[in-house]
Ligand binder design. Structure first.
Ligand SMILES: *Cc1c(COP(=O)(O)O)cnc(C)c1O
Length: 424
């Protein structure tokens, strides 16, 4: 299967006249259609809600779109909470799933009346000493061991820093009840970027069984079970994408097998997807600046790992389309690189592309989540603009590109950088 960009060469060239490359662009129509499909997949559950993981794409315009589609937000830091607050999320619209949490973060989450999801047993007393224990409280579970689906090992929770052990979950629930908590949530994130319809149902089964035991042994009333993130996308064109309707149906089956017979048929299912909600609906659009022939063939583009870190950080595959050459044969073997002084600054290694020329515009696919968000300023490279390709075909800037003055702004207490500082 081939990946088809949501913008054409003509459109990209037109946009680039106003917003020079590189830029991130998001597809409003795709985001909305997918969000509706997620709602549909879990519509069997009365209290279902998706809490979009803000860290994946922290942009207020995109959060507003998801808010219109009925989503809440999952935050894990003070500034993410601030963005959620600014967008009009409050109370049960916000899940605060943090770890190693500073005092001020808990204080602000409490002020917003957000659901707080504790990452450690010691945080029961910590939270209590700061703001008291709220009526509804959640704990994050770490199952330990290896997380396996059939014969395929997905991840190693035993090596993950997150969550409470099984024994600690029981202790925490007892303690929280003593301190006045009435309603409980259970949360777990066992594997990242899973491209299989079995991940959520397998995780749900573990959490549902745990919920029944916690309820029976501690008397805690379980209000929600949060399957968190981890639902992946098909970055490679040969991968079979997840089918969210099948995933929702798989979770419904285990819900009816385990929770309903235990008299817990009123438990709400929450999700905290980031990648699945946004990744396919973002492109990083970049222009070819140079071609270089040494021991290998290199295509140098105006974006770099500072705009998209995943390939450099994880060796991740991101598909690349040369706009206007969609139908041409891929006969040109090359590495596609950015300009950082780091040899891992490569968007693709040994990739077959159509013959690329200087000035060609490339679309790097599936950058809508964990893309711009992971951007950094190494080598003084600046964050690129974020644009929204609106449903009516117009293009709106939703974050401007960083300028040198933005980059230097934190030197504004001294005179040395004077002429490069933002104008007062
Ligand atoms: C990162 C994260 C998510 C989202 O993960 P995706 O892989 O983007 O779906 C959800 N919940 C928590 C607590 C996270 O840290």
């Amino acid at each position: 299967m081939n990946k088809i960009p949501f913008i054409t060469k003509e459109k990209a060239e037109e946009i680039a006249k106003t917003y020079p490359t590189p830029f991130h662009i998001y597809d409003e129509k795709g985001i909305r259609e997918n969000a509706r499909l997620v709602q549909k997949a879990f519509s069997w559950n009365k209290g279902f809600r998706e809490y979009f993981a803000v860290k994946a794409t922290p942009n207020p315009f995109l959060l507003k779109i998801l808010q219109e589609e009925g989503c809440g937000v999952d935050c894990s830091s003070l500034t993410e909470l601030m963005m959620a607050d600014a967008c009009g999320f409050s109370g049960s619209d916000i899940m605060f799933s943090s770890n190693v949490t500073p005092e001020e973060d808990y204080r602000f989450a409490h002020k917003l009346n957000a659901y707080i999801n504790l990452d450690d047993l010691t945080h029961v007393d910590y939270l209590d000493s700061l703001v008291g224990i709220p009526e509804t409280i959640s704990c994050r579970f770490n199952a330990g061991g290896k997380f396996q689906i059939s014969t395929h090992i997905m991840d190693s929770p035993q090596d993950a820093k997150f969550g409470l052990t099984r024994e600690q979950m029981f202790e925490a629930f007892r303690k929280l009840r003593e301190k006045g908590a009435k309603y409980f949530g259970i949360h777990s994130f066992l594997a990242s970027n899973t491209v299989t319809n079995d991940y959520y149902p397998t995780l749900a089964k573990q959490l549902f069984e745990l919920a029944v035991e916690l309820h029976e042994q501690t008397g805690a009333e379980i209000k929600f079970i949060n399957l968190s993130g981890g639902v992946g996308v098909a970055y490679h064109p040969d991968q079979e994408p997840n089918d969210i309707l099948a995933i929702g149906e798989g979770v419904r089956k285990v819900y009816e097998e385990i929770l309903v017979p235990a008299g817990m048929g009123d438990v709400s299912i929450f999700t905290e997807m980031g990648r699945f909600m946004m990744a396919p609906y973002g492109h990083l659009v970049t222009k070819v600046l140079h071609k270089k022939h040494i021991y290998k063939e290199y295509v140098g583009v105006d974006a770099c790992a500072a705009n998209l870190m995943r390939p450099a950080m994880y060796g991740s595959y991101h598909h690349i389309t040369v706009l206007g050459k969609e139908q041409e044969e891929c006969t040109y073997l090359c590495d596609v690189t950015g300009g950082l002084c780091e040899n891992n600054d490569k968007f693709a290694i040994d990739r077959m592309l159509p013959p690329v020329e200087i000035g060609d515009i490339l679309v790097i696919h599936d950058t809508g989540a964990h893309g711009s968000a992971m951007g950094y300023n190494y080598n003084g490279k600046l964050h690129s603009a974020e644009l929204l390709y609106c449903e009516d075909g117009s293009v709106k800037m939703i974050r401007r590109a960083q300028t040198p003055a933005d980059y230097f702004a934190t030197f504004d207490f001294c005179d040395i950088m004077g002429k490069y500082l933002p104008k007062k």
